[in-house]
Design a protein around this ligand. Structure first.
Ligand code: PAF
Length: 292
């Protein structure tokens, strides 16, 4: 859409489907950025990236109840529509799909999507049912928005892998892009959940970034033992007094399995750590030198 057009907010599934259908008939390329709102610079970077690749950029704002466990933060997840609309418009979005929970998941809703293999480890192990909720809402959003291209953030790297797998397995004709993590100046990955951190926890949280930098340097300098890397990373994280380390893991990016052997060309180092009640995740994609 041209840059002078104002942001359009759509609340009903039917209206969004009709709008997307018309855009497709007009041969417009539709880009999609699914979000749960409380937008920050990471979301802006996703919107800006796809805005340049498409005629129309749609974002969704929907705090998806299906992906939160019973003791998680669904009700207190931060929400601020006015702020979100401003950020979305500044970044170049044209349409905001903003349904309520009853519209997306009415009482009689009973169809769910499971991506078996990669959903079982890391986030899937610590948040049972999380990826079932993500996969189900994302497929429903794809069917409503009908995008040609959709973008996800690398911060949720397991989610991005699962969405790619889902799209491949089910034959969706949608290009899935993954955009790099955006960070604060001290390295903390941007996340809507960072607002939960108290000043002490906020000061401690960049240890995740420093730990991943250590891993990256160590691998570059020839460290091949995942055991040694994990041990050193755990020591670094513990020095910042977190309330719990959920995992420190090395992942083979080809199938998203945990690996004890570093294989060229790349490995993913991923961490999940709790500071007080706030659970933060972060990761680096680390180049692994070829064994000579
Ligand atoms: O990454 C997120 O914000 C959510 O998991 C998503 C993809 C919008 C699905 O609710």
């Amino acid at each position: 859409m041209d840059s002078s057009s104002a942001l359009k907010v759509v609340r009903q599934i039917k209206e969004m489907q009709e709008l997307s259908g018309r855009l497709r008939l007009q041969k417009k390329r539709v880009a999609f950025v699914p979000t749960m709102g409380y937008l920050h610079g990471g979301h802006s970077s996703l919107i800006e990236r796809v805005h340049s690749l498409a005629d129309v950029t749609v974002i969704s704002i929907f705090v998806n109840p299906l992906q939160f466990g019973p003791n998680e933060d669904y009700t207190r997840y931060p929400r601020d529509l006015d702020h979100d609309l401003k950020i979305a418009e500044e970044a170049g979005a044209d349409i905001v799909f903003y349904p309520d929970a009853g519209e997306m998941f009415p009482k009689d809703f009973e169809s769910f999507i499971d991506v078996k293999g990669p959903s079982g480890i890391l986030e899937g192990a610590f948040r049972p049912g999380h990826f079932r909720g993500v996969a189900t809402v994302v497929i429903k959003l794809f069917n409503i928005v009908k995008p040609h291209v959709a973008v996800f953030g690398q911060k949720d790297i397991q989610q991005a892998f699962i969405i790619k797998k889902l799209v491949g397995d089910l034959g969706y004709d949608i290009e899935i892009l993954v955009s790099p993590i955006v960070r604060e100046s001290d390295g903390l990955a941007l996340s809507s959940r960072n607002v939960y951190l108290n000043p002490q926890e906020r000061a401690a949280a960049p240890v995740l970034y420093r730990t991943l930098c250590y891993a990256s340097e160590a691998v570059k300098n020839g460290q091949v033992s995942v055991l040694v890397l994990k041990e050193e990373m755990r020591k670094m994280i513990m020095s910042a007094s977190p309330s719990q380390v959920d995992y420190i893991a090395f992942i083979d990016p080809s199938d998203f399995s945990e690996t004890e052997n570093l294989k060229s060309p790349e490995v993913i180092a991923a961490v999940a750590v709790r500071f007080g009640k706030t659970r933060l995740i972060d990761n680096f994609i680390i180049p692994v030198p070829d064994k000579k």
